[in-house]
Write a protein that binds this ligand. Structure first.
Ligand SMILES: [Zn+2]
Ligand SMILES: [Zn+2]
Length: 260
């Protein structure tokens, strides 16, 4: 009984922090975007009509995600995992953070690809109702969608000797970068977000929402490039933004089948 109470406390703290980060990031980015209308990516669409729907769905999805994170952390703290965590140090924290960063990107890419299979797409389609995503869209996902995409945050504790701080830092970074990636406004297009760099900018995932069949990755374009799913005009678009300093409407970059 004490064990259950301990777990409920861990879950409640993690969920409260996640919700606080969601609103703090969402409000901050909304304020910045409000002041920079010229940075909007899909100039002919406004996704903000779905804001309350998305916030409601996000409260559920963040609870599921927090359950996964707290479940894994709790299991490790009870010694139920394969390995003892490495002691937190100047090298173990960044090393395990970097390893988790790369592994999570691969997990997310393949989980996301699987969610686009016809048999599973019904669990992912609510996330895609946001054709022009906003800061509030990042966590607007069903429970099954979240269990698949965020399952990593439960499993990783069992198979790697991760210091807790490395995984918590990854979840925090993932939450904020995911919200920036859904914000619908571009500030980060540069040489570092196009080939040969593996990094991406907001336009990358925005194209996934507006054109569906491309750009499944989370932090990197690596798996999309290896598997041929990167949007054919992504690099060109980033280069155009670099040269002109302006954000072009991505509807001009349509390829094949696209959203209505
Ligand atoms: Zn998708
Ligand atoms: Zn998305």
């Amino acid at each position: 009984m004490d064990l259950l109470l301990d777990f409920v406390i861990v879950f409640a703290v993690i969920y409260a922090v996640m919700v606080a980060v969601y609103f703090a990031t969402g409000l901050t980015l909304s304020f910045i975007n409000y002041r920079h209308p010229e940075r909007r990516i899909q100039k002919h669409r406004d996704g903000s009509k779905r804001m309350w729907l998305e916030i409601r769905a996000s409260m559920h999805a963040l609870a599921t995600s927090s359950l996964l994170l707290s479940g894994g952390y709790f299991a490790q703290s009870q010694g139920w995992t394969l390995f003892e965590p490495l002691a937190l140090s100047w090298w173990s924290f960044p090393l395990m953070f970097a390893i988790c960063f790369v592994l999570f990107d691969a997990w997310f890419y393949w989980g996301h690809r699987i969610l686009h299979l016809p048999s599973l797409y019904k669990w992912h389609v609510p996330h895609h109702k946001s054709v022009a995503p906003t800061v509030w869209s990042n966590d607007s996902s069903t429970t099954i969608d979240t269990l698949i995409e965020h399952g990593f945050y439960f499993i990783v504790w069992f198979v790697l000797p991760v210091p807790a701080l490395s995984v918590f830092a990854l979840r925090l970074f993932d939450q904020i970068s995911g919200m920036v990636g859904h914000s619908g406004f571009e500030y980060f297009a540069s040489r570092s977000s196009r080939f040969p760099s593996p990094l991406i900018c907001t336009t990358f995932h925005d194209l996934h929402h507006s054109q569906f069949h491309y750009n499944y990755g989370n932090f990197f374009s690596f798996w999309d490039r290896v598997c041929g799913t990167v949007h054919p005009k992504y690099d060109e678009l980033v280069q155009e933004m670099e040269l002109t300093g302006e954000v072009p409407d991505t509807k001009d970059a349509r390829v094949g089948k696209s959203a209505a």
